[in-house]
Design a protein around this ligand. Structure first.
Ligand SMILES: *[C@@H]1O[C@H](CO)[C@@H](O)[C@H](O)[C@H]1NC(C)=O
Ligand SMILES: *[C@@H]1O[C@H](CO)[C@@H](O)[C@H](O)[C@H]1NC(C)=O
Ligand SMILES: *[C@@H]1O[C@H](CO)[C@@H](O)[C@H](O)[C@H]1NC(C)=O
Ligand SMILES: *[C@@H]1O[C@H](CO)[C@@H](O)[C@H](O)[C@H]1NC(C)=O
Ligand SMILES: *[C@@H]1O[C@H](CO)[C@@H](O)[C@H](O)[C@H]1NC(C)=O
Ligand SMILES: *[C@@H]1O[C@H](CO)[C@@H](O)[C@H](O)[C@H]1NC(C)=O
Ligand SMILES: *[C@@H]1O[C@H](CO)[C@@H](O)[C@H](O)[C@H]1NC(C)=O
Ligand SMILES: *[C@@H]1O[C@H](CO)[C@@H](O)[C@H](O)[C@H]1NC(C)=O
Ligand SMILES: *[C@@H]1O[C@H](CO)[C@@H](O)[C@H](O)[C@H]1NC(C)=O
Ligand SMILES: *[C@@H]1O[C@H](CO)[C@@H](O)[C@H](O)[C@H]1NC(C)=O
Length: 524
């Protein structure tokens, strides 16, 4: 399966019922690549070549069976090797045409050729050089751009990232682009990039305003406990919106970056990966048969092989939610055979909890707390959200500040606490732009599948101020890290200039990015 140390190409296929039939089929074959970029050990030419040849090898590994393949953000070219990206082309980009933009790089053409020989749609993310709207000092703009090829290698869609996260050299378009494309298998996709997923425009807008049911995201995402690890967020977002999500993530576990998957809305993950227990990222293509949604579909088995109960050693460097110590919390007594019924409130959010648990051994790997929080969250570029969240989460020790830190002790026999029942309900205030998500995480760092958890949203008749939502464990669980209702309120934040927390989040992405840049400059 994994023949070569430098290019570990593993192809995991999830076979579900049905075959892709072009045009009007019930399924299509999609692939997402979890991809470790080459960042050291050569000139920028050589590194680009290494990234590119690994891309080509993964595309070839799909054998022409795929309808669409997605590669992650920022894993191909660097700002030293920019390329122009046409908005759309009639012909394949594989061959040069008269009148082509001379700034279209050779590597982009080779990817167009690869899409054509594999007969697949192909989504890649590049650092783009654009001379429209030129900037006097530099002569061009740089965008963080997704480009989509059709099966012939023609460009069918381009999207320039709107919600930049600490990308100092990168420009933004004047407004958020809503990038969509229709395929020959009858599915219309919308696509966006990483940090966009936490905001209304364009990600949520594609779903709500344009009614797009199949979304693609390219990512380089730094995971944060307890609510925002990569596949946890991907799966919760897809479920909350009840849409299909193809998410391809960069794989750099030492910087906290990993996480890819294919999610079928309320049916959960069809395939997913989170590189948790090793320092080196992976290059792996995950393939799945994805329902188009044209006919009703029930998965026969959403158990995903080889995920395990949790890595003995976690090498993935995780961030911690910065204000976890400010939650209103209640600590579960670590007493065998306990149960509790609690109501916790903070500001305008109240949640009810009912749960029972037993201890599996004398010592528990984690402490647990129930918590509620209503807080503003600031990101870079003056972007804010309000987060309303309530749930159960694991803590390293007895202090609230240790919640969201992984245990540093290994206790035999698994997590140490078995939740035999667990039910949460919350009354979430309504707003125009808001997304309420089920948010769960097991110690494997994967979200619980819908077979393990039930989640419902309910508009109470006659109540136009609050939404009732509840979530319940369907079967006892021994490896829980998080079990929460997570509300992202996109446009709501204190405008009074009051105390705001400096964002300590996703800083790793910047560090990574700068590091890469420095390495390049040194190598030049
Ligand atoms: C390979 O991809 C990484 C991530 O974008 C980049 O830093 C590296 O420089 C790439 N190789 C080149 C030279 O483009
Ligand atoms: C690709 O083709 C080879 C040889 O026919 C086969 O063994 C392999 O399973 C195929 N891979 C996929 C993803 O279909
Ligand atoms: C693009 O970004 C550069 C570097 O941050 C900046 O100097 C320039 O003004 C930006 N261009 C536009 C059109 O905003
Ligand atoms: C989710 O979407 C599917 C179709 O894709 C639909 O059949 C189902 O009713 C939806 N579920 C909810 C809760 O809206
Ligand atoms: C990491 O975990 C996976 C899945 O549990 C396992 O197959 C693999 O051998 C582990 N790798 C290391 C380096 O421990
Ligand atoms: C579901 O799939 C998993 C992994 O392939 C397998 O271990 C399990 O037995 C299957 N369950 C059922 C009910 O078929
Ligand atoms: C916690 O709340 C206090 C008081 O409102 C505030 O000053 C502090 O910045 C908050 N801490 C974080 C990390 O948000
Ligand atoms: C907790 O109680 C259960 C059921 O009474 C028992 O089987 C188990 O051994 C107890 N665990 C501990 C750590 O005492
Ligand atoms: C584990 O964490 C506790 C408190 O969080 C700390 O006191 C202890 O030194 C840590 N142990 C190790 C082995 O890191
Ligand atoms: C709507 O629900 C909230 C939360 O339960 C409650 O406080 C409020 O009184 C309800 N409003 C009406 C009109 O029933």
């Amino acid at each position: 399966m994994c023949p070569n140390r430098w290019l570990v190409v593993c192809v995991a296929v999830v076979h579900l019922a049905g075959r892709a039939v072009r045009g009007d089929g019930d399924f299509y074959t999609a692939g997402v690549a979890e991809f470790r970029p080459a960042v050291v050990g050569g000139s920028s030419e050589q590194l680009l070549e290494e990234n590119l040849s690994a891309y080509l090898e993964l595309i070839a590994a799909a054998n022409g069976t795929s309808d669409i393949l997605v590669f992650p953000e920022a894993t191909l070219n660097s700002v030293l090797k920019l390329t122009a990206v046409p908005e759309q082309t009639e012909n394949s980009l594989c061959e040069k045409q008269d009148g082509d933009d001379p700034q279209v790089a050779e590597f982009l053409r080779r990817l167009a050729c690869a899409a054509r020989s594999a007969r697949t749609y192909l989504v890649v993310n590049v650092k783009e050089r654009s001379e429209e709207d030129p900037v006097p000092s530099r002569g061009y703009n740089i965008y963080n751009t997704n480009v989509v090829f059709d099966r012939n290698g023609a460009v069918v869609s381009r999207y320039r990232k709107w919600n930049l996260y600490l990308e100092p050299l990168t420009n933004r378009t004047k407004s958020a682009e809503l990038a969509i494309f229709r395929t020959d298998f009858g599915v219309t996709f919308g696509h966006f990039i990483c940090f966009d997923m936490l905001f209304y425009s364009p990600a949520q807008e594609l779903v709500e305003r344009l009614s797009i049911r199949h979304l693609i995201v390219t990512k380089m995402f730094n995971s944060e406990l307890p609510f925002l690890t990569a596949t946890q967020l991907q799966q919760g977002w897809a479920w909350a919106n009840n849409v299909t999500l193809l998410a391809a993530g960069a794989s750099i576990p030492l910087s906290g970056i990993s996480g890819s998957g294919i999610y079928a809305g309320q049916h959960g993950a069809l395939t997913r990966i989170m590189v948790v227990n090793q320092t080196e990222g992976q290059r792996q293509l995950l393939l799945a048969q994805v329902p188009t949604g044209r006919s009703p579909w029930m998965p026969t088995n959403t158990t995903i092989r080889n995920e395990g109960d949790g890595a003995a050693v976690v090498k993935l460097k995780l961030l911690q939610q910065p204000d976890i110590g400010n939650f209103s919390t209640w600590a579960l007594p670590l007493v065998n055979g306990s149960s509790a019924s609690k109501r916790l409130c903070q500001a305008d959010l109240c949640c009810d909890f009912q749960l029972s648990w037993s201890l599996l051994g004398a010592q528990s790997e984690y402490h647990y707390r129930l918590g509620v929080s209503v807080a503003e969250r600031r990101y870079e570029e003056e972007q804010y959200s309000s987060i309303r969240v309530c749930g159960l989460f694991a803590c390293r020790d007895g202090s609230p500040e240790s919640c969201g830190l992984l245990s540093n002790q290994t206790v035999g026999g698994g997590g140490g606490v078995e939740f035999t029942s667990l039910w949460i309900s919350g009354e979430f205030v309504k707003r125009q732009r808001r997304l309420l998500m089920p948010n769960t995480l097991a110690s494997s760092l994967y979200a619980l599948q819908p077979s393990e958890v039930a989640w419902t949203l309910q508009e109470v008749p006659g109540n136009d101020t609050h939404t009732h939502t509840e979530m319940e464990l369907r079967q006892p669980h021994r490896h829980l890290l998080t079990f929460a209702l997570y509300g992202n309120y996109f446009d709501e934040f204190a405008s009074n200039g009051g105390a705001r927390t400096e964002a300590a989040v996703w800083r790793g992405i910047l560090m990574m990015w700068l590091l890469t840049l420095v390495i390049h400059i040194l190598w030049k």
